[in-house]
Design a protein around this ligand. Structure first.
Ligand SMILES: Cc1cc2nc3c(=O)[nH]c(=O)nc-3n(C[C@H](O)[C@H](O)[C@H](O)COP(=O)(O)OP(=O)(O)OC[C@H]3O[C@@H](n4cnc5c(N)ncnc54)[C@H](O)[C@@H]3O)c2cc1C
Length: 387
């Protein structure tokens, strides 16, 4: 086994981030009073363009990007502090989340100057939200097998195919989609390219897919003889695989991979109360220890990214362990504080039974989105030279 390359060097946040943390907390306390959101630490729940615009006014969207494109040129560690505070407070972050986390950075790295100038300032202003157009009916884990095709035509590109599980395509402005532009040949990762789709103006069909909670968050996006201009190709034709995998690295390394049920953990502590029995004490202590360890590991990954390294295996480990921890919170709650979970579609009750009802239905998605547990384990074992 090759464990030499596996590292989680201890990382400490620079002292100046503490002022930023205090600013974010004060902003969140005011915003929570004004907007009265239902606190949920899962980034994929609250969609509020108004909240995203308020965050943008503070310079906290695209905060690491160059000023030329509307960014604030802050560090990845400063972004980490903002991210964990937003999640811990259960703020409604989903509207800008994908654009801030991965679509913007992808455009910054591979987009044309015209694409960067047109889109990045709209993202940092909280006015342009993105979807991810990767998965297809038979291509989820095996992303290289996508069948959506893009052909060069006189007017630009002609797209045909369908994407599924496309979060928020019905309310977002743009989608970056992966399509086949030529035969794969010997390398099954070859012949793929990425395109910018205008979800509002392009001639596409967006059909709702209702999830287990009865909510419309996913969609099917049908591209049936859709023509888009030539300048919507992102990066280089045929290099979509390299581009898309770099996008996935942004997707797997953040605190959102272990904090999705943090609000349930907090509610569990309240429900147990100030006089826990021994079993409850032990169980809560174990969860707190895991949360702290995961935070140290995730912070270590953030520091390596800040130093320009590519800690892909470490990020996959954080996601795998983090998703397991998110499930463990709910399982522990069922053991040490048994109640009858309640779930009603559209019920906004934030009591413990209501939180548990929602968490039980939502948590199967945590180990699927952003790459499944089996795929994370496969990346880790390959990275360690085990297969
Ligand atoms: C909440 C949520 C939001 C999402 N949002 C988006 C989005 O916005 N855009 C988007 O493009 N996609 C999105 N997805 C889709 C997500 O990326 C896929 O569900 C995921 O990649 C798995 O693909 P699949 O569903 O096709 O399952 P499959 O790939 O069919 O996998 C089914 C099962 O087989 C296992 N498996 C598959 N291949 C292997 C293998 N080689 N070895 C071992 N086990 C394997 C998997 O681990 C899984 O358990 C979202 C999913 C969720 C749950």
């Amino acid at each position: 086994m090759n464990t030499n390359s596996l590292r989680f060097p201890p990382s400490v946040l620079p002292p100046e981030t503490e002022n930023l943390r205090a600013d974010v907390r004060s902003f969140l306390s005011d915003a929570a009073t004004a907007d009265a959101w239902k606190s949920n630490s899962d980034f994929g729940t609250g969609f509020s363009p108004e909240f995203s615009r308020k965050l943008a006014e503070r310079g906290w969207i695209g905060m690491t990007w160059p000023r030329d494109y509307g960014g604030s040129e802050r560090s990845n560690l400063e972004r980490y502090v903002v991210t964990e505070e937003l999640l811990a407070a259960g703020a409604p972050v989903f509207a800008h989340w994908i654009a801030d986390r991965q679509s913007g950075p992808l455009l910054l790295r591979y987009g044309s100057e015209a694409q960067r100038r047109e889109i990045l300032p709209r993202i940092t202003a909280g006015e342009c939200f993105f979807s991810i157009g990767m998965s297809e009916p038979d291509s989820g884990s095996d992303l290289a097998s996508v069948r959506t095709k893009a052909e060069r035509v006189t007017a630009g590109w002609l797209l045909n195919g369908a994407k599924v599980w496309t979060s928020n395509a019905h309310v977002n402005h743009c989608m970056i989609t992966l399509a086949r532009t030529s035969e794969a040949g010997g390398d099954r990762h070859g012949g793929l390219s990425q395109f910018l789709i205008d979800l509002v103006h392009d001639d596409i069909e967006i059909n709702p897919i209702v999830n287990m909670l009865g909510a419309h968050e996913f969609n099917e996006v049908v591209l049936d003889e859709v023509t888009i201009p030539a300048d919507r190709l992102i990066g280089k034709e045929g290099e979509g695989w390299q581009q898309v995998t770099s996008e996935l690295a942004y997707e797997r390394s953040g605190p959102e991979r272990f904090l999705s049920n943090f609000h349930v953990f907090r509610a569990l502590i309240d429900a147990v109360g100030s006089e826990p029995n021994v079993q409850q004490e032990e169980a809560l202590g174990r969860l707190a220890g895991r949360a702290w360890t995961l935070r140290c590991m995730s912070l270590s990954v953030a520091a390596m990214l800040e130093a320009g390294e590519s800690p892909d295996i470490e990020a996959a480990i954080v996601k795998e362990l983090g998703n397991r921890f998110e499930r463990e919170i709910v399982e522990t709650a069922r053991q040490i504080c048994p109640i009858e979970p309640v779930f009603e579609i559209g019920n906004n009750q934030a009591d413990f039974a209501g939180l548990m009802g929602e968490a039980i239905l939502r948590q199967p998605s945590f180990t699927l989105r952003g790459g499944t547990t089996e795929i994370m384990r496969s990346i880790i074992s390959r990275g360690l030279g085990l297969r």
